[in-house]
Design a protein around this ligand. Structure first.
Ligand code: AMP
Length: 618
């Protein structure tokens, strides 16, 4: 058996193999590495093809999955089975995305608005984590094909505004794709690294990263101090990007040729044809004065001047976000020393000029804006691999730390490879009415079920005043100080009761133990995530059964006899499904129950609202 060494500083397994940097984007994704000879970052691509892999997944009737350019072709012809923008769903509940629900042309399940969303394709249900893992798997396979070596370790980038749940979801997607995710890095940080920023010791700098991609816009203000990146502020618009520029050109042509919205909507060939030509025109106008093409005998044309006037208001919108970001960062515009451009849409000269005028300085655009984030991720990967000796490695946690939640699942609060000192807090609640105590069990390790991890400590938060289930707010915080001591605190926020405990996570743990735990987590990743999905489905099913029962007891007067019978039947079906380890079956039974209860849940809601209105004096 091959001997594998472990780097205690990074907690990573060290084999003589490449660690890749991955930009997992909303529209496109790509992989980069540090070239072993030139030591320069390069984006991986097959001969004569682009380094960009569209973040699109298509499922055919037989369940075959295609990812990338091939899948993109199905966007208009088979929208229900073609998933794009899965990144927008990462770590989100339906409540988080319902305002933009129309954006998704595939089925996003909306029954349990509080828990994480799922996507339905045929009879299967996929979590955004699984969907992202399909993209990562494709990237991994491509990288392996090009490099002719196994690729099992990666640094993956995420937007600076991603919260804890979204970062964890990205880690899980990596794990599911068979990747050991050494670190999650902020996209603006990666872009800065690609420009060599933050690599020199004693460097102190405030920078702005302007990222305008295909569908999203982000502006981040960062402060670099001795190689540490601090995000001072972020702002942006999650539904503004190059696609909107394409859209204004399409609208311009629609007016010119008298095409109505309805016609466009009904004629997929026309809409796709115009959209593709609009994108072509937009790109062409980044380096030419006018564009014209023959389209079914008509001449589609547009000048750069016209295009710029059409997108001015969109550019202004991004500048308003910059104003907000600068304000929130509490630094003056004049203190921002460097501006970095990221995303394909920053190739547009009018965008460059507007940003340069706004920050009153030339902008950095020398690195390919589509690749800059992945290139930076590769630089970060190289630093973690210990290849870049000039760069100081900070103290970090070699294994993840978390607590046990419903169904014996591990909920990670501090992921491995986090810099220390660090502090993280998360809120939990009770499962039962009047629950007076909550057990906090602290675990260390990478597995999804706590039984496979190392138990570090356990205590009971007692004296929680009697409240209905779901009402108490228990904040659990983990603080690791500079000496590596972990302080765990639990506090019920409504009543103020609190309790805490201290442990030394590394106590009694040898390097071999850490190595073994990491190896096992990778070997079992697939099974672990499948079990997690089942446990989560069961928990959701149980909760829905409980709420439905409570609801029926309280509102029996507004439910008709046939509805009652149908509900009882659906509840029984769900109950039976819960005894089986089949997450798709459970989700479909949850869906069926929700379809039946939705009408009378709405009636109850209307009754409550009109009741409230009656009581109001106007
Ligand atoms: P990204 O999400 O960073 O990959 O950016 C993709 C977006 O950049 C798409 O909307 C592309 O149409 C746009 N894009 C790519 N090249 C150009 C170009 N030369 N001029 C204008 N927009 C471009």
């Amino acid at each position: 058996m091959a001997k594998i060494a472990i780097n205690i500083a990074t907690g990573s397994l060290q084999q003589a193999e490449m660690i890749v940097g991955i930009d997992l984007g909303t529209t496109n994704s790509l992989v980069a590495i540090i070239h072993p000879e030139t030591k320069k970052p390069i984006a991986l691509k097959e001969h004569n093809s682009s380094s960009l892999v569209p973040s699109v997944i298509h499922f055919d009737e037989l369940g075959n999955i295609t990812v990338g350019e091939e899948a993109k072709k199905f966007l208009e012809t088979d929208p229900a089975n073609t998933i794009f923008s899965a990144k927008r769903l990462m770590g989100k509940s339906y409540n988080d995305i319902k305002q933009n629900a129309n954006f998704f042309t595939y089925k996003v399940i909306d029954d349990d608005t509080e828990s994480l969303v799922k996507v339905q394709v045929g009879s299967k249900f996929y979590s955004p984590i699984e969907l992202s893992s399909f993209i990562l798997k494709e990237l991994k396979a491509r990288a392996e094909h090009i490099l002719k070596t196994p690729v099992t370790k990666a640094v993956i980038t995420v937007p600076a505004y991603f919260n804890d749940a979204q970062r964890q979801a990205t880690r899980d997607a990596g794990k599911l794709a068979g990747l050991d995710v050494l670190r999650i890095v902020n996209e603006p940080t990666a872009a800065s690294l690609a420009y060599g920023l933050g690599l020199a010791a004693d460097e102190e700098k405030t920078i702005a990263v302007y990222d305008l991609g295909g569908g999203t816009f982000d502006i981040s203000i960062l402060k670099i101090t001795n190689g540490i990146f601090e995000v001072l502020s972020t702002n942006g618009d999650t539904y503004l990007g190059g696609d909107d520029f394409d859209r204004v050109i399409v609208e311009h042509w629609m007016t010119e040729f008298g095409i109505t919205e309805d016609e466009l909507h009904l004629n997929k060939e026309l809409s796709q044809g115009l959209r593709l030509r609009a994108e072509e025109a937009k790109k062409y106008l980044s380096s030419n004065e006018s564009f014209s093409v023959d389209f079914n005998g008509d001449n589609l044309s547009i000048t750069k001047e016209k295009f710029e006037s059409l997108i001015q208001s969109l550019i202004d919108k991004t500048l308003q976000c910059c104003v907000n970001a600068v304000k929130d960062s509490k630094v003056a515009i004049s203190e921002i020393e460097t501006v970095v451009m990221v995303g394909g849409s920053t190739r547009i000269p009018a965008v460059k000029k507007a940003v340069s005028d706004f920050f009153n300085q030339p902008v950095h655009d020398e690195v390919n804006p589509d690749e800059v984030v992945a290139l930076g991720a590769a630089i970060q990967a190289d630093i973690l691999a210990g290849n870049n000796k000039d760069f100081l490695l900070l103290d970090i946690t070699p294994l993840s730390l978390g607590i046990e939640t419903m169904g014996g699942l591990m909920d990670v609060l501090i992921p491995r490879n986090s810099k220390i000192p660090t502090k993280v807090g998360r809120q939990y609640t009770t499962q039962k009415d009047g629950q007076g105590s909550m057990r906090i069990s602290v675990f260390q390790g990478e597995r999804d079920l706590v039984k496979d991890n190392r138990r570090l400590a356990e205590f009971n938060l007692t004296s929680i005043p009697g409240m209905p289930a779901g009402f108490p707010k228990v904040e659990v915080s983990f603080l690791i100080n500079a000496d590596g001591i972990l302080v765990i605190k639990a506090k019920e926020l409504r009543s103020g009761v609190e309790q805490s405990i201290e442990v030394k996570p590394q106590y009694g743990l040898t390097d071999e133990d850490v190595e073994k735990m990491l190896l096992e987590s990778i070997t079992h990743a697939k099974d672990d995530i499948a079990i997690r999905a089942i446990v989560e489905a069961k928990t959701e099913g149980e909760q829905i059964l409980e709420t439905t029962e409570k609801f029926l007891t309280k509102n029996s007067h507004i439910v008709s006899q046939p509805e009652m019978i149908a509900t009882a039947q659906a509840m029984q079906n769900l109950q039976l499904a819960l005894t089986m380890d089949d997450k798709d079956l459970i989700h479909s039974k949850i869906e069926e129950l929700n379809e039946i209860t939705r009408p009378f849940a709405e009636r109850a809601m209307d009754a409550a609202v009109s009741g409230a209105l009656k009581g109001k004096t106007v």
